[in-house]
Design a protein around this ligand. Structure first.
Ligand code: GLC
Length: 726
């Protein structure tokens, strides 16, 4: 009898597809979804917090028991070991071992704190902003965080709103360019790269229009403005691959952003094909009740989820209600599956399933690398803006032997960090006085006097300040805002500095000494009374940890300032809103539509900034005066550095369309370039106009149109006409 061979069928424990590193991500998602229970799916759509909640505005951030299988945690810690313990617990104790996504607000740096975003945009150097974001991503990732709630790309035209500090200013194109730079810096070439973290575009959408600059208030944004101004930065960043989006607190003309199916699904998902996920802002789902569109927690959950918010930040509303809503047949399971797929897609793309644990390196290796310090310093240098320099007060001449360093900001450290700098440390900050002593300590005597506080009415310190001033050859008057006077929930009815600071400036003016006004603030300021007092004005914003030396370098002339404003400075608060690209008024006559009581022009327009050298622009040339809609137009200008020192010059290119189906802004920024020009050198700047990209307009449905007719291209103070022919 033949050998009866027994065939052993060894059913090797096949690795589930979702655990197979080689399987395509979409297959892994599909496989995992098929294995998940409804409870497990809903857990993925929730975000809790862990660690001490440092954002005072986020009430309710109590540390709850972390449910096994939770989708995400806001990690208020910096210790990767603790984070890995939580992750290990989630993976080993849950049935399917789905990793947690750890997020945090890394807005302008983690431990190496960079200048605030509003300042970064004044550098007009997107490559540098990308580098800063890359450095921040590395420190963040090594701290156990895989996801930042940044960049904030809300266009802002009301500087009373504190969150202006977090944006890239008043222009849509600027917010788009710098937002993309930040996304690319955070996310790297691939989300799964070693130091890549997921970006989060916020606050979707129109939050910068908060009425009266009052945070959390409604925004009245027309469909036309939505498409023309507020959506473009988000579209640019979605096209750059931003993994996630955060829905805003604001109500968009009656429909809150967090319950707005049009923006969250029609636009973001269907038109822009965004395949990541949307997380609500903190409590924004629950807040739908306060905004009057939902009568219960369950109703808020239903409205937000069905509008297109996939993850609930800190509310537990989805955890409590989605299963009920599914059982009531109000929420289809397919919607749950789509939402969970989006969350899992980001986790797979980040490589969290395959590398769920943060590599442990020492704090020294984690933070404040030489490279990150260099980037903080360069970004601070390039974001500072010289606003006034009468009689060439600056740079400070070598004949100056006595410097009076005065003001509440002169020796301050923590306020230079700006808002949203939770992991920044005062000890890491180089103060103004430290920078000045390093730069001038060998050649001049520096007398410091605080003079007064940031606010209040105590003038008792004036006498010391005046004493120091009288002995000096020049006064460096360091004024400004505290870090918590801007940022979230930091609206101010006036953008002027507190009276005490202005009063001290008036007293110091009486000494007859030249005054260099150094400003550190998180918003454009009302300088109508201070500007005439100052011989020179240098806006240093909130420069982060490396402000002292860049400021001192500009004051000494070691650095030629190259910053230009990313946002207009109104002359007074009463002029708000005033911004460069307003629509034309009905009566263009100089005596029409102006204020009776004050000048109508702002103090400084967006794009304004002085240099220590001088530039001469050649006449702009264009490649043709008539082009077809599918042809390019090349505009060029040659800029000569007619001064004695090299400089970095940013050239902004604008277009205007004086006759169009809709009334278009009087000018629109469409391109910019920053280049170095050596003393006596000439450099060409070129703007390649692609009509559909650069000249078209959008209507209120987001449809783009390009009309034949006359257009202008503008650079510096030149305006050249050309025509699009049929
Ligand atoms: C805050 C902010 C948002 C931040 C989030 C998490 O309330 O509005 O910008 O990312 O909550 O802290």
């Amino acid at each position: 009898m033949g050998l009866i061979s027994t065939v052993f069928i060894v059913s090797a424990q096949k690795t589930p597809i979702y655990k197979d590193k080689k399987a395509p991500i979409e297959s892994r998602i599909k496989d995992l979804i098929s294995r998940m229970t409804l409870d497990e799916k809903i857990l993925q759509l929730n975000q809790f917090t862990v660690g001490y909640n440092t954002n005072v505005n986020n009430e309710g951030g109590v540390i709850k028991e972390i449910p096994i299988g939770i989708g995400s945690l806001i990690y208020f810690g910096t210790d990767p070991v603790y984070r890995n313990e939580i992750q290990r617990n989630a993976i080993e104790k849950s049935r399917l071992g789905i990793p947690i996504l750890f997020g945090f607000d890394v807005i302008h740096g983690f431990r190496a704190v960079y200048p605030i975003a509003l300042a970064q945009a004044c550098s007009w150097n997107p490559d540098l902003v990308k580098s800063a974001s890359e450095m921040a991503a590395r420190e963040t990732k090594l701290s156990g965080i895989d996801w930042t709630f940044s960049p904030m790309i809300d266009v802002v035209r009301d500087p009373r709103w504190g969150r202006v500090a977090e944006s890239y200013g008043e222009d849509s194109y600027t917010n788009a360019i710098f937002g993309v730079a930040a996304v690319n810096g955070y996310q790297g070439k691939s989300l799964s790269d070693r130091f890549s973290i997921a970006a989060c575009l916020k606050h979707f959408v129109g939050y910068g229009e908060s009425e009266g600059g009052r945070d959390y208030h409604a925004t009245d944004v027309s469909a036309q403005s939505l498409w023309e101004t507020y959506l473009p930065p988000f579209e640019a960043c979605v096209n750059a691959g931003a993994a996630t989006v955060m829905s805003g607190f604001n109500d968009i003309s009656g429909v809150p952003a967090t319950a707005n199916h049009y923006t969250l699904t029609e636009v973001l998902k269907r038109r822009w094909k965004h395949d990541g996920f949307v997380v609500s802002d903190w409590s924004a789902i629950r807040q739908l009740m306060f905004q009057g569109v939902a009568g219960s927690r369950k109703d808020t959950g239903f409205k937000a989820f069905m509008a297109g918010v996939e993850m609930d930040m800190a509310d537990s509303i989805y955890l409590e209600n989605l299963k009920i809503l599914v059982n009531e047949k109000k929420v289809p399971v397919k919607n749950i599956d789509d939402a969970v797929s989006r969350v899992l897609r980001v986790k797979f793309r980040l490589g969290l399933f395959d590398n769920p644990y943060t590599p442990i390196v020492s704090e020294n290796e984690r933070y404040l690398s030489t490279e990150s310090r260099q980037v903080t310093e360069q970004l601070a240098e390039e974001s500072m803006v010289l606003l006034k320099n009468s009689n060439n007060t600056l740079p400070i001449s070598s004949s100056v032997k006595q410097i009076a360093l005065i003001g509440p900001m002169a020796a301050d450290k923590k306020n230079l960090l700006g808002s949203w700098s939770y992991n920044g440390r005062e000890d890491d900050v180089e103060s103004i006085i430290e920078g000045i002593e390093k730069e001038f300590g060998k050649t001049a005597t520096i007398s410091y006097a605080k003079g007064c506080d940031f606010d209040g009415n105590d003038e008792s310190g004036f006498s010391d300040a005046i004493e120091a001033a009288k002995k000096s050859d020049i006064i460096l008057l360091c004024l400004g805002e505290k870090k918590d006077w801007s940022g979230e929930n930091a609206s101010r009815s006036s953008i002027a500095l507190p009276t005490i600071q202005e009063k001290m400036a008036v007293e110091l003016k009486k000494t007859g000494k030249p005054i260099v006004l150094v400003l550190s603030n998180g918003r454009p300021l009302e300088l109508v009374r201070l500007e005439p007092i100052a011989d020179a004005i240098l806006e240093i914003w909130q420069p982060g940890i490396a402000g002292g030396s860049p400021l001192a370098g500009i004051l000494s002339g070691r650095i030629n300032p190259s910053g230009k404003l990313s946002m207009t400075f109104p002359l007074t608060t009463g002029q708000i809103p005033t911004y460069y690209n307003s629509r034309p008024k009905a009566r263009p006559y100089p005596t029409n539509g102006i204020y009776q009581d004050i000048p109508t022009n702002p103090l400084y327009w967006m794009g304004y900034g002085l240099s220590y050298t001088s530039y001469k622009y050649s006449a702009m040339t264009i490649s043709s005066s008539k082009i077809k809609r599918n042809e390019k137009l090349i505009a060029e200008v040659e800029v000569e550095n007619t001064g004695k020192i090299a400089g970095l010059e940013t050239v902004n290119w604008y277009i205007s369309d004086p006759v169009c189906t809709i009334s278009r802004p009087i000018k629109e920024l469409k391109y910019f370039e920053k280049k170095e020009i050596v003393a006596g050198g000439k450099v060409k700047y070129r703007f390649e106009i692609e009509p559909m990209r650069d000249l078209s307009y959008t209507n209120s449905e987001g449809k783009r149109f390009l009309e034949a007719g006359e257009y202008f291209v503008m650079v510096n103070d030149q305006k050249v006409k050309f025509e699009i022919i049929e």
